[in-house]
Design a protein around this ligand. Structure first.
Ligand SMILES: Cc1ncc(COP(=O)(O)O)c(C=O)c1O
Length: 337
């Protein structure tokens, strides 16, 4: 069953049916049904949702298999979600700025209106402004928590209020790309309470696996059934699946916190840094008295950080890297001032 918010013009469609979904793999058949050229283990099309990977991700996130859809990163999840539910030139989305740019870009590509609501000075959501800005044609609200580029988590009670307000009105995506760095639990525990909630998770950040492109859309089954109509038939390549499973079998939480503390201290001690924002993520947003000078001098010395001045005045953003990278950043920062 698909979701009632599925685009009207997609409602009569079914997901692409692959050769393997008609006849499952077994060793007893000579497969000549998928126009493959059988040379080695990479010659066959992968499973649309590789079962071993799906099981491992469900275990990692503590959710049921019918509630998780694997995508090539959250980025594909966002794009697929908007193509599935957003009716071009008719629907709108809400974003809270400054936030991750891809919500806006993907919505514009789908010809959806983007309603920008500024975050408050403390980077929290003002529910009064949100409720008064809400319009009937809003199909989805994007909440990024912890938020990029500000680094803070949105208060749990605010997300609950927002979910209660949006019930029967629209879907709510909570992008939890950085949740593993936060002290707050994931909203995946609230799927039953809020059937219009869509949580997005990724292995790109805390798992250090951005190159493998593995995201999860976690939601009620009819939402995922709808997404399957627009998702590419085989999103996850076989080598990626192998690498991810290998990684998940051996993953150990690293010394991340001590590294983060070290970078924080270096920023606080830097005379060109006037303010460091609190972060529940693997990066710091900070204000500088001379942002262009600091950015360019770091770059001239071989360290690239992110210029976020267009998003927030005088602001730069630095990722917490591995120990060697953090040491280079700190040493270079000290040498500048
Ligand atoms: C908030 C947020 N969501 C999603 C992504 C992309 O995640 P993925 O690598 O899973 O596509 C990013 C990347 O920076 C991000 O900051």
């Amino acid at each position: 069953m698909t979701h009632p918010f599925l685009r009207k013009d997609l409602q009569a469609l079914s997901p692409y049916s692959s050769a393997r979904s008609l006849y499952e793999s077994s060793n007893n058949l000579c497969y000549l049904d998928a126009n493959e050229y059988k040379l080695n283990i990479y010659s066959s099309y992968p499973e649309p949702q590789p079962p071993e990977l799906k099981k491992a991700l469900c275990q990692l996130y503590g959710v049921n298999e019918q509630n998780l859809l694997i995508t090539r990163g959250i980025d594909e999840g966002i794009d697929c979600f908007l193509r599935t539910f957003g009716e071009p030139k008719k629907d709108a989305i809400v974003v809270f700025e400054p936030t991750y740019d891809l919500y806006r870009l993907s919505a514009q590509i789908q010809q959806l209106e983007v309603i920008n609501i500024p975050l408050e000075n403390n980077f929290q959501i003002d529910m009064d402004i949100f409720e008064s800005s809400f319009r009937d044609h809003v199909k989805c609200v994007f909440v990024c928590s912890p938020n990029n580029p500000t680094g803070n988590s949105i208060k749990q009670e605010t997300i609950h209020s927002l979910l209660n307000f949006c019930k029967d009105k629209c879907l709510v995506v909570v992008d939890e790309a950085y949740i593993e760095f936060s002290e707050y639990p994931s909203f995946t525990d609230f799927l039953e309470k809020y059937p219009h909630l869509v949580v997005m998770r990724t292995l790109s950040k805390a798992h250090g696996l951005a190159g493998a492109r593995c995201g999860s859309v976690i939601a009620e089954e009819s939402i995922l059934n709808s997404l399957k109509i627009t998702l590419a038939p085989y999103p996850i390549a076989t080598p990626a699946t192998k690498a991810i499973i290998e990684h998940l079998n051996h993953f150990n939480k690293s010394h991340f916190l001590s590294q983060k503390l070290k970078v924080h201290r270096a920023l606080k001690n830097c005379p060109l840094v006037s303010r460091v924002y609190e972060s529940d993520a693997n990066f710091y947003l900070f204000e500088s008295t001379q942002p262009d000078f600091l950015f360019n001098t770091l770059l001239e010395n071989g360290v690239l950080i992110r210029d976020r001045q267009k998003k927030k005045m005088n602001c730069l953003r630095v990722s917490i890297g591995n120990e060697a990278q953090n040491n280079i950043f700190i040493k270079t920062l000290r040498s500048i001032t």
